[in-house]
Design a protein around this ligand. Structure first.
Ligand code: NDP
Ligand code: NHF
Length: 291
């Protein structure tokens, strides 16, 4: 049977697929979404302080887990440090706040959400100082068992290099935008060489109305050929390379469809065709334009 989890260097095993929760708001919606996801086999949930849904996720999990005969240990929760909370002490406080919001004693994975710090220009050296201070807080929280694994998001190679030169505990995960329209080959290679698990976000091209990825003619052609949906092809393309995915959905059919990606294969020729679609399109966050 195909492996659907990976072992993190300094932490637990992590499911290759997790439920994305950006823009999932409201008690009822979160409750129903989490219930459907857990019933369909999802065991990983990705949130962040800036998504402002940690409290509702925490409350929903308290209700839904026992209903499904699951415990906290059966699931993997990721949250992220907001840019306004970077720096020594502030990072620790923010992480403890996320733990309390999510009503849990530990997080499976905690990420620095962006390399930059709110209110500071990207090339200001204070950014570097503050993110390294944040990392030290994370190392302490990791040692205390409050965070099982630590990582980063939206870091470029230079940020990862800087971190690797200064850290005691190496980052376990890089979470970054990655899909056939934005194949991050160089960054992926760097992560593989440094045993950092590469986790893709916005694999389906984000929640934008003008979604070009799900409608890409080549993606649709491969989906038709395999008898799968374009979303399944995009997710399969990633996990077939050992890359984690975090599809967001509140639609019951989509939630089920998105995790049904372990029983088929994309052939080498079509994997290459998907890789060749890369055109540097950032649909979520462009590190070169926004801080
Ligand atoms: N670290 C970071 O900086 C970032 C992290 N993330 C994480 O990654 C997650 C996913 O990325 P995100 O940008 O939200 O968006 P995705 O790329 O996952 O796309 C979500 C959109 O796709 C639709 N969709 C989902 N499944 C299907 C399907 N099977 N068929 C057709 N449409 C579908 C959803 O609609 P519907 O709900 O109707 O199904 C929604 O409109 C986030 O939720 C977040 O957890 C995202 C961005 C940045
Ligand atoms: O996690 C995130 C969700 O999407 C946001 C806006 O598109 C991003 O900025 C952020 O990184």
């Amino acid at each position: 049977m195909e492996k659907n989890t990976i072992q993190l260097r300094n932490g637990p095993r992590m499911p290759l697929i997790g439920l994305g929760t950006y823009k999932i708001q409201g008690n009822e919606v979160i409750l129903e979404t989490l219930k459907t996801a857990l019933e369909s086999g999802y065991r990983s949930i990705d949130t962040a302080a800036v998504y402002r849904n940690e409290c509702d996720i925490g409350t929903s999990l308290k209700l839904v887990l026992p209903q499904l005969d699951l415990t906290r240990e059966d699931i993997f929760i990721t949250s992220k440090l907001a840019p306004k909370d970077q720096g020594q002490g502030k990072c620790r406080e923010a992480c403890l706040k996320s733990l309390s919001n999510l009503q849990t004693d530990y997080l499976d994975l905690y990420l620095i959400h962006w390399p930059g710090v709110q209110g500071i220009k990207p090339d200001d050296p204070r950014n570097c100082q503050l993110r390294l201070q944040s990392w030290q807080d994370l190392e302490h929280l990791h040692k205390e068992g409050k965070i099982r694994a630590i990582g980063v998001s939206n870091f470029e190679e230079r940020h990862l290099h800087e971190l690797l030169c200064h850290c005691e505990v190496k980052p376990d995960v890089l979470q970054i935008e990655h899909h056939p329209h934005l194949v991050q080959s160089q960054l992926l290679r760097f992560c593989t060489e440094n045993s950092i698990h590469f986790q893709a976000y916005s694999s389906l091209g984000t929640s934008s109305e003008n979604n070009q990825l799900l409608r890409d003619a080549e993606v649709v052609r491969i989906a038709d050929y395999l008898g799968k949906s374009p979303a399944q092809v995009l997710l399969r393309w990633a996990i077939q390379q050992g890359i984690g995915v975090l599809p967001k959905s509140t639609n019951q059919e989509h939630i089920k469809e998105n995790i049904d990606i372990f029983g088929f294969c994309i052939n080498d020729k079509d994997m290459e065709a998907l890789n060749n679609l890369s055109r540097g399109s950032h649909y979520c966050w462009d590190p070169h334009h926004i801080t």
